[in-house]
Design a protein around this ligand. Sequence first.
Ligand code: XBP
Ligand code: MG
Length: 242
Amino acid sequence: MTTVPLRALIFDVDGTLADTESAHRSAFNHAFAEEGLDWHWDEPLYTRLLEVSGGKERITRYWGQVHGGVKAIHAGALADTVQRIHDLKTAAYERMVQDGAVQLRPGVLHLIESACNEGLRLAIATTTSPVNIAALLRSAIGPDWKYTFQFVEDASTAPCKKPHPQVYLQMLQRLHLHAAECLAFEDSANGLKAASGAGLRTIVTPNEFTAHHDFAGALRVLPSLQGTTVAELRGWHAAASR
Ligand code: XBP
Ligand code: MG
């Protein structure tokens, strides 16, 4: 019986390629202070807020929780203020990444280099902003990172945030591949739901913010990609394809 060949690896960014959420949390708090707000997201609160994908959506959800009167504010004014806060946050995060605050997770660079060398196509499907992706990958891989990842789908191209599968469905269309020809890599329950919703078999590498999430349906749940080889990926993919 012939199995469907593995042709592409589709990676989430935050929490998967790199442990970025501590830096995101600090950047949010920096933005709140710059905006003159007395908001502070500590780790337990941010862990809960991460159940909302998308920085702007996260700010809006928190604002509604803290100041129930959000609906009393003109929707346009709310959106403008959220956008301003998020722009401050993104600028702070970009500076932090440029200053070396974030590294790729163990095994990630070796796996993507091996996959490239073995002719697998690589892509990114993330909820984060394009600026954040460029800052991280320029710092971690170098200015030519765009030659490593053939396509990127992100918050600017897929407005329906994970767990909605839009970002993965759009990526499969751009790759002109069936879900069965790919593997997805995620760190969170929302990410797993989004990838699975697009029919993708998914390898999950949890982190401190997502270790408690439900990863039922994942192809594998690994502590990290340290030591994971392309041969192992092909074996897991083939076994799941039978
Ligand atoms: C994770 C997210 C993002 C980041 C913050 O994205 O949900 O919102 O937490 O980045 P993923 P932004 O795991 O899909 O990479 O503030 O730019 O949204
Ligand atoms: Mg993630």
